[in-house]
Design a protein around this ligand. Structure first.
Ligand SMILES: NC(=O)c1ccc[n+]([C@@H]2O[C@H](COP(=O)([O-])OP(=O)(O)OC[C@H]3O[C@@H](n4cnc5c(N)ncnc54)[C@H](OP(=O)(O)O)[C@@H]3O)[C@@H](O)[C@H]2O)c1
Length: 281
């Protein structure tokens, strides 16, 4: 029997067991996907012990992504450049780490809005935290005309741009001052909220959309609630939207394939299964 799990602290809120449990049942795979409360200082030892305990690997969630990065023997290039790991597996006793958040976002974008990258789109990323970092390189791989970052704390956006330039000196990057984000919308084809504004219990993101061109895609990676105020406003205006749940589902695909030996499908039924377990308010 193959086993995997997710580690974090707290861990009760993780939706990963819902996703992997669904796929295990769908494909009739004899396996389990569990969860464990692990603090960052205990991550390295916990990971070292996992193969002996019969685990093929694990997901890593907040606040352990940096500690897991530090504990890995080998890293994929995207995990290396991010300094954070969300997917772990073992090979000949060595710990491997990857970061699949960004490719999960792009896979969802491809699924819902195929062709979005056809004409070197201009992209505005709101936020400069871990999630924004994760999205940057997978989006740059699709050769956009521009990626601009706008963050409440300007220095964090500047630092992110400098870090990307260090690995991709010619990347088409820009900074939009936070107070100018709404008036800059006319320049962008894809706008992505990666801030935590709009999450259940937090203030909505203050972004009037009246300057957004009719073809703009408005994406939010917050998925509780599934339709944030930003997405609701975009929908009212007839703009195309992308919710945050698809990113969560697609980032799980590479891990499941590594641990359980089958590439799973992100289907409408899986979405419905997870939505049924999300808090509605
Ligand atoms: N869908 C998915 O699979 C998925 C995956 C990863 C993350 N997420 C979601 O993405 C969000 C960000 O995660 P993260 O890991 O990047 O967090 P993080 O590293 O803590 O960064 C938080 C970001 O949000 C900004 N922010 C926080 N409150 C704000 C407010 N009231 N107004 C404007 N900006 C605000 C911060 O700006 P400052 O720098 O100015 O503080 C920063 O840019 C969370 O909601 C998380 O749940 C979703």
């Amino acid at each position: 029997m193959k086993r995997a799990l997710v580690i974090g602290s707290p861990i009760a809120q993780s939706r990963s067991p819902l996703v992997h449990g669904y796929w295990l049942a769908q494909y009739g795979i004899e396996g389990s996907y569990e969860r464990a409360e692990v603090r960052p200082e205990a991550v390295a030892e916990f990971l070292r012990d996992l193969p002996a305990r019969g685990f093929s690997g694990c997901n890593v969630t907040i606040p352990n992504k940096e500690a897991a990065f530090a504990a890995c023997d080998h890293l994929t290039s995207r995990a290396q450049s991010l300094g954070a790991v969300n997917t772990i597996w073992f090979d000949e006793g060595r710990i491997w780490g990857d970061n699949t958040d960004g490719i999960g976002f792009v896979a969802h974008l491809d699924q819902v809005h195929p062709g979005w990258d056809r004409n070197a789109p201009s992209i505005l990323i709101l936020g400069a935290g871990g999630a924004a970092r994760g999205l940057a390189l997978p989006l740059l791989e699709r050769r956009p005309g521009l990626i601009a970052f706008s963050n409440r704390s300007r220095d964090r956006a500047e630092a992110l741009i400098a870090d990307i330039r260090a690995v991709m000196p010619n990347a088409p990057l820009d900074l939009v001052p936070w107070p100018e984000k709404a008036t800059s919308l006319g320049r962008f084809d894809l706008v992505i909220n990666t801030t935590s504004a709009g999450m259940l219990g937090k203030d909505a993101l203050d972004l009037p959309l009246d300057q957004a061109p009719f073809h703009t895609i408005i994406a939010d990676i917050v998925y509780v609630p599934l339709e944030t105020a930003l997405l609701a406003e975009a929908r009212r205006r007839g703009l195309r939207t992308l919710d945050g749940l698809g990113m969560l589902l697609h980032q799980a695909v590479p891990g499941f394939e590594k641990w359980f030996g089958r590439k799973p499908e992100v289907s409408e039924k899986l979405r419905e299964h997870v939505i049924a377990h999300l808090p509605s308010r």
